[in-house]
Design a protein around this ligand. Structure first.
Ligand code: CU
Length: 383
């Protein structure tokens, strides 16, 4: 951590140092970015991206493969069986009710099978999670943990699956099972009561997460801890961090002689830095023409429209550097406005924020030396 932090701090002050100090991240970056000659998608780095890739790889690809193979087989059959030599006297009928019902009905069913999961994914990409978390410390005796169900009525925690109870003993986290390990009363009411089967040991942390944003792994996704404001321009990006003093910076592609052949067209002078395991709200707009902010590892591709703000979010599973690019043709240098996101631990993120604030002439916001909170929990804790 010390090494990374030091590298990061040097890198931020002197953009070119980003690549001399790049070795530290090279291993992480190697599996995070585009592989030369590779096919398929970049490895998913969020639960939502996993779901999107599942949709593509397991639902869409088999369907289109079967349809293409079926149509090809029909064509081959018709070409050989019904050409004028093989079939000199063609039949003269022009309608067949049964076959017309089938070739109308089957595509409708296929489209429904595609549409339903895709609506679900669109909804998840569009609606920023609003999960909340409370943390209590076990004393070896307390069995009932009461907390406020203070969501808006429409988003209230109403079902067991909207709740997640985790025991953290300092070394590891254990996700408890509803009914076997705990019972909940008060769904849809002002107070929720979580009654443990066995009281958590003294010093163990009881982490209770509630919210409608449950990912495919069964985890409740917490509300954003920060907003990243993205503005596309011909032909670079501007990034602002309104929660941390409203500093902003430009991100330009590194010229060919300042980067490696693998990273050319990906590498930028100033990367976005975000904390791992936290929900990041992203608002996207443009200052001149249409652009699109696309980041495959997080399954994000959203238009940047002048005069309008589009919103999405992501929550990174792993640290590393992840690349994307402008994905809406925006002029002659459209291909030269890449996106680079560096996912770091919470302490490294806070150190970076303070460096950015210092560059903008602001006081530090965090006392980095005393930050010892677990990754992903730092600002999500509500006492
Ligand atoms: Cu663009």
């Amino acid at each position: 951590m010390t090494l990374r932090l030091a590298t990061l701090l040097t890198a931020v002050k002197k953009p070119t140092a980003l690549f001399s100090g790049f070795g530290v991240w090279a291993a992480a970056a190697a599996n995070a970015q585009i592989t030369p000659g590779g096919i398929g998608m970049q490895p998913a780095n969020s639960a939502l991206a996993e779901e999107v890739q599942f949709f593509h790889n397991i639902i869409l690809m088999p369907i289109i493969t079967v349809i293409s193979a079926f149509v090809l087989a029909l064509l081959i059959w018709i070409v050989f069986r019904y050409n004028s030599k093989a079939n000199p006297t063609p039949s003269k009928f022009s309608h067949n009710t049964l076959i017309e019902i089938i070739w109308t009905g089957v595509p409708v069913l296929i489209l429904l099978a595609i549409a339903l999961p895709s609506f679900d994914l669109l909804y998840k990409e569009d609606v920023t999670p609003d999960g909340q978390q409370v943390v209590a410390t076990g004393d070896g005796q307390t069995v009932d943990f009461i907390f406020a169900n203070d969501f808006p009525e429409s988003r209230m925690v109403r079902r067991p699956k909207h709740l997640q109870v985790i025991i953290d003993n300092g070394n590891e986290r254990r996700v408890l099972k509803n009914r076997a390990d705990y019972r909940v009363d008060g769904f849809g009411e002002v107070d929720l009561v979580v009654s443990m089967t066995n009281p958590p040991a003294a010093g163990e942390r009881v982490i209770i997460r509630g919210g409608r944003s449950v990912d495919h792994r069964g985890n409740v996704t917490l509300a954003p801890t920060m907003t990243l404001k993205v503005t596309g321009s011909q032909w670079y990006w501007n990034y602002a961090y309104p929660d941390f003093g409203d500093f902003d910076f430009f991100s330009n592609m590194l010229p060919e002689d300042q980067t490696t052949p693998e990273l050319y067209l990906r590498a930028v002078d100033n990367r976005i830095v975000v904390p791992v395991g936290e929900t990041i709200r992203v608002t996207i707009t443009a200052s001149d023409v249409l652009h699109a902010w696309a980041l495959p590892a997080f399954a994000i591709k959203l238009d940047a429209v002048p005069g309008r703000i589009n919103e999405t979010w992501f929550n990174a599973d792993r640290e590393g550097v992840y690349y994307g690019q402008c994905s809406e043709i925006c002029g002659i240098k459209h291909a030269f406005m890449p996106i680079a996101v560096e996912v770091v631990s919470r302490p490294a993120f806070e150190a970076w924020i303070d460096t950015q604030r210092a560059l903008a002439g602001m006081e530090p916001l965090f006392d980095v030396d005393t930050v010892k909170l677990a990754q992903g929990d730092a600002s999500a804790l509500s006492e």
